[in-house]
Design a protein. Structure first.
Length: 346
């Protein structure tokens, strides 16, 4: 018999013995690879005070829906139960004003041990409601309520509130990073502008120069394609003329058509070459190119601006996410984060 079962037997008598049998049966199931349901372990009916919290099986999100598996849900419940029973929470509960001086601790040298022996965390019906119970048939009602309230408040302060505050940490880190990055972008932009002024570099002229450069490249490509097309057309006519048996009239007509086609190709090629010459002769096209240093600085600045945009979008998403409700919420008291305590007596 475990220390907890023996202690319960002393305090609750026969009803506790029945609970101990149920506990032993659950332990036997666990020994054969079956975990007992949290609701299978419960205090017998008697004097007890309890607080309840709703524990969501699925991580709450406003932008993603990812249902938790049965294993993940059970693991989260076990984690919350371990938190409530941990020295962190129990010591925080006993450290609250007046709790350690309660009459139930008058002859106790181990207050944490006394409280832990009378504390049980369950999920009734194997659902999403976590019940924190403190029970003792000999303890005054006021002490049981005070202890259940102290444990409930300590659990909220040390676990629920702490984890809620931790959700804002990534946002704070990203916001701080964004402020530093934005400052760097501003400083580099000012430095680049001053260098452009010192070197007589005009960004507008540079943009125009780049546009004209791209236009010239496109015109050259069109001229090359046109010349290739014209050459292929001439080859086709040569093959056709060699294979065909034509009279003088047909030959003259074919030659006239060929001449007309050649003239059309020549006219279009001349038009493209004139446009190319005009483009290359533009003053903007002959403006001095930026130095390599300026180009590198400009590329770096553009990369930093893209990073700044990406970081801003991430921050906006996190600002939405932190508005999602907590996975753990109190039950029984509006406007109060700590669950209300109820007293039960058979």
């Amino acid at each position: 018999m475990t220390a907890r079962a023996f202690s319960s037997l002393l305090f609750y008598g026969v009803p506790t013995l029945l609970a101990g049998i149920a506990f032993a049966a659950a332990g036997t199931s666990a020994a054969f690879g079956q975990s007992p349901s949290p609701s299978a372990i419960d205090f017998p009916a008697g004097r007890r005070a309890a607080a309840q919290y709703k524990v969501s099986a699925t991580p709450l999100s406003l932008t993603e829906v990812t249902p938790a598996s049965r294993h993940e849900s059970e693991r989260f419940r076990k984690t919350q139960r371990a938190y409530v029973e941990s020295p962190l929470v129990l010591n925080a509960a006993l450290a609250q004003p007046g709790v350690a001086a309660l009459s139930v601790f008058r002859n106790s040298t181990d207050k944490v041990g006394w409280l832990k022996e009378r504390l049980l965390v369950t999920f009734p019906g194997d659902g999403d409601i976590m019940e924190i119970t403190v029970a003792d048939d000999k303890a005054p009602k006021e002490d049981l309520v005070a202890l259940a309230n102290a444990v409930s408040k300590a659990y909220y302060d040390e676990v629920v509130f702490y984890e809620q505050s931790q959700r804002t940490m990534p946002l704070q880190i990203l916001q701080s990073s964004l402020r530093r990055l934005s400052g760097s972008v501003r400083d580099k932009a000012e430095t680049l502008h001053q260098l452009e002024v010192d070197q007589g570099y005009d960004p507008a002229s540079s943009a125009k120069r780049q546009w004209l450069k791209d236009e010239a490249r496109l015109l050259r490509k069109r001229i090359e394609d046109l010349q290739t097309q014209h050459f292929e057309e001439k080859l086709r006519r040569l093959r056709t003329d060699a294979d065909a048996q034509e009279d003088d009239a047909s030959a003259k007509e074919t030659e006239a058509k060929s001449t007309a086609i050649d003239e059309l190709f020549a006219a279009e090629e001349k038009l493209l070459k004139d446009r190319l010459a005009e483009t290359l002769a533009s003053p903007a096209a002959n403006a001095p190119a930026p130095s390599t240093d300026l180009e590198l600085r400009r590329e770096e600045l553009e990369w930093l601006k893209e990073t700044e945009k990406s970081l801003t979008r991430r921050i906006q998403l996190l600002q939405i996410e932190i508005q999602a409700p907590n996975r753990v919420s109190a039950i029984g008291q509006k406007g109060d984060e700590v669950a209300a305590v109820q007293f039960y007596e058979k």
